[in-house]
Design a protein around this ligand. Structure first.
Ligand code: DAH
Length: 338
């Protein structure tokens, strides 16, 4: 009887393997494992076995039943899978184009700030930073922009408390640095500024400035011109020319505004420069002795120059952008060009 069980095992596995579809497999399964199947018949014959043989054969028959059941299940799974078409075609199509991943980029204002910091860094200027929330003292008073001073009106401010406002310029950083350090001083301070301006192509209520300050013995207006000229040529190209004109700022004396020859027309005159051939880019001057007095510097011993410019304006000229609002819109079509 044990030999017969062995035969059954071989025959069943062979027929199982040969089954080509699920219904064939079902037939084979019934033939061997069904209620009246071959294995069931063998079980019946067990009664005729000797008492010693009975448990041994019984165990072998049960083991065979378990084996065949799991083999049938495995085969059935395989047939189902191939019916679904799996296994026939390759797992994935290697010729399909992959997903495009676009690289992020630095915002044009960030790039411009980095470029400015690099140029002044090479000229020995240290980068410092001041708070965006300022007191009236640092933002106006210490810079001689006393109450009712017309320059104070021009910079319509966002007040957030009594005597506390969002800074309208980066010039207050000058005062903070001079209060802490003794000359020689050679710093630039970049950062955000805020004014209550209605937005248009050249105004936004938040923008960036860079402030520069150099204080030492025997610093002259010539030094100021020399430093700014190097900056302008490094930023816009060596063919660009500079022009200084008298201006007024309460914290510098004398004061000047500086313009560069129009980079669109080379100074011929075009719509970008309003036909003049010049584009104003910054304010500057020699630090007023009154400012030195506020920070306890001896204005008999030291002189210095300061300058301030709008970073958006520099970026617009550098990249040929005609509307300042584009910097804030976060339009990927705009940003991906830089
Ligand atoms: N803070 C001035 C402004 O926002 C710009 C400026 C002008 C800064 C002259 C200076 C300077 O340091 O000397 O209009």
């Amino acid at each position: 009887m044990r030999a017969r069980l062995e035969e059954v095992r071989e025959q069943a596995l062979e027929e199982l393997e040969k089954s080509k579809n699920i219904s064939q497999l079902e037939d084979v399964r019934n033939k061997f494992l069904g209620r009246k199947g071959i294995l069931a018949q063998q079980m019946k014959l067990l009664k005729t076995a000797s008492p010693e043989e009975k448990p041994v054969i019984g165990k072998a028959a049960n083991e065979l039943k378990a084996l065949l059941s799991s083999e049938f299940a495995r085969k059935l799974e395989g047939l189902k899978r191939s019916q679904r078409g799996e296994g026939k075609r390759p797992f994935f199509d290697v010729t399909l184009p992959g997903k495009k991943r676009t690289l992020g980029k630095l915002h044009p204002i960030t790039r411009t700030i980095q470029h400015i910091e690099e140029i002044f860094g090479e000229l020995g200027f240290k980068c410092v930073f001041g708070p965006e929330i300022e007191t009236e003292y640092y933002n106006f008073d210490a810079l001689s922009m006393i109450e009712n001073h017309p320059a104070r009106d021009e910079q319509d401010s966002f007040y957030i408390g009594k005597g506390i406002l969002l800074r309208t310029q980066t010039s207050p950083v000058q005062i903070r640095v001079m209060e802490k350090e003794k000359p020689p001083i050679r710093i630039i301070a970049t950062g955000k500024c805020f004014r209550r301006d209605a937005a248009d192509a050249s105004h936004t209520s938040m923008f960036h400035q860079v402030e520069g300050l150099l204080v030492d013995k025997r610093v002259t207006f010539g030094d100021l011109k020399g430093v700014l000229e190097v900056f302008v040529k490094r930023m816009f190209g060596s063919e660009v020319r500079m022009r200084f004109r008298p201006d007024f700022f309460p914290f510098t004396e004398p004061s000047a505004d500086a313009a560069i020859s129009c980079i669109m027309c080379g100074g011929e005159g075009c719509s970008s420069c309003g036909g003049s051939g010049w584009i104003e880019i910054l304010g500057a001057g020699m630090v007023d002795p009154e400012v030195f007095r506020k920070v306890n510097y001896d204005s008999e011993k030291y002189t210095g120059f300061a300058f301030g410019m709008g970073i958006e304006r520099i970026a617009m000229l550098k990249y040929g952008i005609n509307d300042i609002r584009l910097f804030l819109e976060n339009d990927i079509r705009f940003l991906s060009q830089f």
